[in-house]
Write a protein that binds this ligand. Structure first.
Ligand SMILES: *[C@@H]1O[C@H](CO)[C@@H](O)[C@H](O)[C@H]1NC(C)=O
Ligand SMILES: *[C@@H]1O[C@H](CO)[C@@H](O)[C@H](O)[C@H]1NC(C)=O
Ligand SMILES: *[C@@H]1O[C@H](CO)[C@@H](O)[C@H](O)[C@H]1NC(C)=O
Ligand SMILES: *[C@@H]1O[C@H](CO)[C@@H](O)[C@H](O)[C@H]1NC(C)=O
Length: 621
């Protein structure tokens, strides 16, 4: 389960040789997520049924486990072995067929559509073959088909007869991703529930490809094609009001398509050429809970009853990797997750976000934002907004008027040179603050700047120009990162009362043995990880806390280990002293490590410089 529903890099999820009870991948996963499932054991029947809907087309797996799931119980992409001895007439040699009507010929090197398949076939899998054409007469015979999976073949528009799918009067799931289609079929059956045309060369969609399909209630995948605005008909979803997910990422669109299906919940438009979003582009969409539609239905007795339809409106909008220079006006008001990263956004106006009251995640990293371009009231009243990514922008200071409920604030890789007293005066809920790789100096961090951040657990000030550990750090920190600065002194009391700190990173600074004040470590009674690598220490610091488990001291100038060096750290599990330390065997006390019962790793490679043979002897000893 990913900790945030998105990540700078698409996460890889690997599950091998584990007991697979169920897989539930939140619909929040970024579309590019590659899911690798190495299933080495037989899936139990229950697990199989729980894998409701798998699309491997673009590395995407969607698995829905709603109570009301409409997906076929037989999963066509997984092999369902027939009971031994049962022979289904008409089942091709390389395929697996079941009496329930599933035929699986996936990945068996077929060059042609198999002939004379059992007529009662409901679910047909032909993915990962080399099929170039679909003979009309075969489809006519397979008129009961509900699922047709032809992903990853070599189908061209010539290989698909004009009205090929029309005879399939119950076709619900059509998978044609990863073929060579330059145009979508002119018409598809109106029983369709979900369609996947991703990764073709589509330039054109017709009004009846996806129009007039009242059951089209799941997803339409059209990403990685060559669609331009002109290739989409105005009435693309006319009569198909129920589409939930529309994926149009990685095409050549300049405009948000007109007349979006009104029930749309998720719209993916990443990596297109959007420059502006015309006013009213989203007007067609249901506006969700705030004005919950009251449907006046007449019940059997002719009495009027009021029902609240479950409407949530568009909750996910991905406009990242486009050419937007500002946040468009009139965004749907129910968005929960808004991707705007990787555009050229310079400003946030006063009135573009405030109506999106349900916004929780706002991703604005990799844009051209300056603090002065962010209106101080731009986030006013966004009470649910808890995660804001502003990294890789041009912020010269912490923007004012930050959302009050923000708990994860990523400001790394900007130009921030100063933290003033009130920058974080109203953001009491921050738990994670990343200010790394800015232009901060110790003098420019106000010593009361963090006074209100009582909940802050993780603070990152790495990659700045700090000369000392700043005073007034929040006391409840669990993780403090200060690496890659120029810290040469730790002022008296800098770590006092930080008794929840578990990990402290001070690597690549200018610390010497004399930099620490006496008792530096004494109050860090829960410290488990201490990274002091890449400094100028000549000795292992003394009086390290008893809780310490991992100590990183590589790349220092340490030359002696005394009997008492690790006396105060009986619980230590790993000590890293590798490279550029100046230890020699005669300067390591024979019994220095004797009482460290938990020590599992002692890394002293690259110390004993004299000769290669000596060094290996020393290590061996
Ligand atoms: C299509 O599905 C309906 C409802 O399940 C069924 O009655 C009908 O016979 C099916 N049509 C074909 C051609 O199998
Ligand atoms: C939309 O569909 C309706 C019938 O459902 C039809 O009357 C109307 O002309 C269509 N509109 C367009 C623009 O195709
Ligand atoms: C859109 O952005 C891309 C990449 O940032 C750039 O190469 C392209 O020229 C831009 N197009 C326009 C029309 O500005
Ligand atoms: C802050 O950003 C840096 C640089 O990308 C990253 O390595 C670090 O893990 C982040 N810190 C936190 C607390 O998330």
């Amino acid at each position: 389960r990913p900790s945030v529903p998105f990540a700078p890099h698409p996460p890889r999820i690997q599950c091998s040789s584990c007991t697979l009870h169920y897989i539930m991948l939140s619909a929040w996963l970024p579309h590019e997520t590659r899911v690798v499932l190495t299933v080495q054991m037989a899936l139990s029947r229950e697990s199989l049924l729980l894998l409701c809907f798998l699309t491997f087309s673009f590395g995407v797996i969607q698995c829905q486990m709603d109570e009301d799931n409409e997906f076929p119980k037989e999963v066509p992409v997984l092999q369902v072995k027939p009971a031994p001895g049962s022979v289904i007439p008409g089942c091709p040699a390389d395929c697996t067929c079941t009496v329930e009507g599933t035929v699986d010929c996936g990945g068996v090197d077929l060059k042609e559509f198999p002939r004379n398949l059992p007529e009662f076939t409901l679910h047909l899998s032909l993915q990962n073959n080399q099929i170039e054409r679909i003979p009309k007469e075969e489809l006519l015979r397979l008129h009961k088909l509900e699922t047709l999976n032809l992903q990853n073949n070599r189908l061209t528009i010539k290989g698909i007869p004009e009205d090929a799918f029309e005879s399939l009067e119950n076709l619900s799931y059509l998978y044609l991703a990863n073929n060579k289609l330059i145009m979508a079929p002119k018409s598809l059956p109106n029983t369709l529930i979900s369609a996947d045309f991703a990764a073709n060369f589509l330039t054109k969609i017709y009004p009846h490809t996806f129009g007039q399909k009242p059951n089209l209630g799941r997803a339409v995948y059209l990403h990685n094609n060559k669609l331009t605005d002109a290739g989409l008909p105005d009435s693309m979803f006319n009569g198909s009001a129920n589409v939930d997910v529309l994926v149009l990422s990685s095409n050549f669109l300049k405009c948000v398509p007109k007349n979006l299906p009104p029930a749309l919940g998720k719209l993916h438009l990443r990596n297109n050429r959007l420059e502006k979003i015309p006013h009213g582009a989203f007007d067609n969409l249901q506006q969700g809970r705030d004005n919950t539609l009251r449907n006046r239905n007449r019940n059997d007795k002719g009495k009027e009853s009021t029902t609240h339809r479950k409407l949530s409106g568009l909750i996910y909008l991905d406009l990242s990797s486009n050419n937007l220079t500002q946040i468009p006006k009139g965004l749907p008001r129910n968005i929960v997750l808004l991707h705007l990263e990787k555009n050229a956004i310079k400003t946030i106006a006063k009135d573009v976000l405030v109506q999106i009251k349900n916004l929780e995640y706002l991703l604005l990293h990799n844009n051209k934002l300056e603090a002065k371009g962010i209106h101080p009231q731009a986030f006013l009243g966004l009470k649910k907004l808890h995660t804001v990514y502003l990294y890789n922008n041009m912020l010269e200071r912490v923007p004012s008027g930050l959302p009050r409920r923000v708990n994860s604030l990523m400001l790394l890789h900007n130009q921030i040179s100063e933290i003033s007293r009130n920058d974080f005066a109203t953001t009491y809920f921050i738990t994670e603050l990343n200010l790394s790789y800015n232009k901060l100096t110790s003098l420019k961090i106000h010593r009361e700047a963090f006074r209100k951040l009582k909940l802050l657990e993780s603070l990152d000030l790495s990659g700045n120009s700090l000369h000392t550990v700043p005073k007034g750090l929040p006391k409840n920190l669990r993780i403090l990162r200060l690496k890659e600065n120029e810290i040469g002194t730790i002022p008296d009391g800098a770590f006092s009362k930080m008794n929840t700190l578990k990990a402290l990173f001070l690597s690549n600074n200018k610390l010497k043995t004399s930099s620490f004040y006496p008792g530096t470590w004494q109050e860090l009674i829960n410290l488990q990880v201490l990274d002091l690598s890449g400094n100028q220490l000549s000795y292992v610091p003394s009086d390290l806390p008893e809780s310490l488990e991992y100590l990183y001291l590589q790349r220092n100038k340490i030359h002696t280990i005394f009997l008492s060096t690790f006396e105060s750290t009986p619980n230590i599990k790993a000590i890293f002293l590798r490279r550029f330390n100046r230890l020699t065997a005669d300067r390591i006390h024979n019994s220095a490590f004797e009482n460290l019962k938990n020590l599992q790793v002692l890394d002293i490679e690259g110390n004993f410089k004299s000769t290669a043979t000596d060094s290996s002897k020393e290590k061996a000893s």
